[in-house]
Ligand binder design. Structure first.
Ligand SMILES: NC(=O)c1ccc[n+]([C@@H]2O[C@H](COP(=O)([O-])OP(=O)(O)OC[C@H]3O[C@@H](n4cnc5c(N)ncnc54)[C@H](OP(=O)(O)O)[C@@H]3O)[C@@H](O)[C@H]2O)c1
Length: 352
């Protein structure tokens, strides 16, 4: 900890997701947004104006942001292909950081970011914001109290017709920068499967093996550099099996189904079958809650992610959702590509 009363936040990448991190950090009593960096000055100015920030420094040079002594936390909200470069520089400058997903788009990059964070011993949180979604919190709580027993099977899916409506699509749709459907966005479903198959409160299950297929109908016909559909079968360290998909080719509105099967109970989205918790139940118990049912960043609980992260920094503890933890999720996404390209199961870990 810097010993400062209020930690300064520097935003890198003044686009869509940054519009949520600025108010989240501004609302936290221990942080203040002191600087915004983006490739174009007009983007910095627009974000400062739309967020109502007055005395904020604006940079187009990332080095200036990380070298700014007023910046204690860097929020990396830039496109995926610059995350590692920016994260390594932030780590070297001893800044804590939020790193938006995907944190890396290759195994080499994944090792580079993990090693830089390990070496610098800075605190990190990765933008797997669904870990703070109310439905996920409900399921995690049911798991922790034993109402579902041990999870032996989980299904999660990211189904969203991503296209030009997303400001980040111009980069994300390319093979070079987006790489795959899972890496661009379906990685939320891989992370959800890890998180919701683990009974321990502040822990995610690790994936130990992946087998995958790729398909869909847009690749080769539309301007997208990879298969819109990827389906993974995963083995987890606790013996559970998962079926996880990332589907950019769906015709339907955003849909993120979650099914958790334990040896004592089951959760299908917000419907619960748990006789040890609800003795005598004769039908599914429906929990009124907020489901992960839109891609709109205004709906996502970034405020909770940020509050958790600031708390970790202030208490000097690691987040359950840090870069070290996110390595397994990203390895699974990268292993899926190897699996369907070489038609074989792929064991994790892949980086040493
Ligand atoms: N966790 C979630 O639920 C969630 C949701 C949405 C997005 N994301 C992630 O957040 C990241 C950003 O996505 P987004 O939707 O905000 O995309 P976006 O709207 O395209 O914003 C990214 C901004 O970064 C700026 N930029 C480009 N190159 C840069 C560089 N080298 N250094 C700094 N800034 C640069 C661009 O602005 P200028 O070129 O105009 O300066 C661009 O507007 C992606 O990794 C995405 O996957 C996560």
């Amino acid at each position: 900890m810097s010993g400062k009363e209020v930690l300064g936040v520097g935003i890198a990448g003044a686009g869509w997701v940054a519009t949520q991190y600025v108010p989240a950090f501004e609302k936290n009593p221990h942080t203040k947004v002191v600087a915004i960096m983006s490739r174009r000055m007009v983007s910095c100015e627009n974000l400062a104006k739309s967020s109502g920030l007055k005395d904020v420094k604006l940079y187009t040079d990332y080095r200036k942001l990380v070298d700014d002594p007023d910046v204690d936390i860097v929020a990396i909200c830039s496109p995926q292909h610059v995350h590692v470069e920016q994260a390594v520089l932030a780590a070297e400058a001893k800044k804590h950081m939020v790193v938006e997903k995907p944190i890396a788009i290759s195994l080499e990059q994944l090792k580079a970011i993990r090693d830089a964070v390990r070496k610098a011993r800075v605190k990190t949180v990765v933008g797997f914001v669904l870990r703070w979604n109310p439905l996920f919190e409900t399921i995690k709580s049911l798991l922790a109290e034993g109402a579902l027993g041990d999870v032996y099977y989980i299904e999660t899916g990211y189904n969203s017709h991503i296209a030009e409506w997303w400001s980040g699509w111009k980069w994300a749709k390319t093979k070079e920068y987006g790489v795959s459907s899972f890496l661009v966005a379906g990685i939320h479903a891989l992370d959800a499967a890890r998180w919701l198959s683990c009974k321990e409160k502040e822990k995610a299950n690790n994936i130990t093996e992946v087998f995958a297929y790729a398909g869909g109908h847009r690749y080769g016909k539309e301007d997208i550099g990879y298969y819109g559909l990827e389906v993974v079968l995963a083995k987890f360290e606790n013996g559970a099996i998962g079926k996880i998909n990332s589907n950019f080719d769906c015709a339907n509105p955003y849909y993120f189904p979650v099914s958790v099967f334990g040896d004592k109970g089951t959760v299908i989205n917000n419907r619960v079958w748990a006789p040890s918790k609800f003795p005598g139940q004769t039908d599914w118990v429906t929990i009124p809650t907020i489901l992960p049912d839109t891609a709109d960043v205004r709906h996502h609980p970034f405020e909770h992610e940020v509050n958790h992260f600031v708390d970790c920094i202030l208490k000097g503890k690691e987040s359950h959702c840090n870069v070290e933890d996110a390595v397994n999720t990203h390895e699974a996404a990268l292993a899926a590509i190897i699996s369907y390209t070489e038609n074989r199961p792929v064991k994790l870990p892949l980086i040493k």
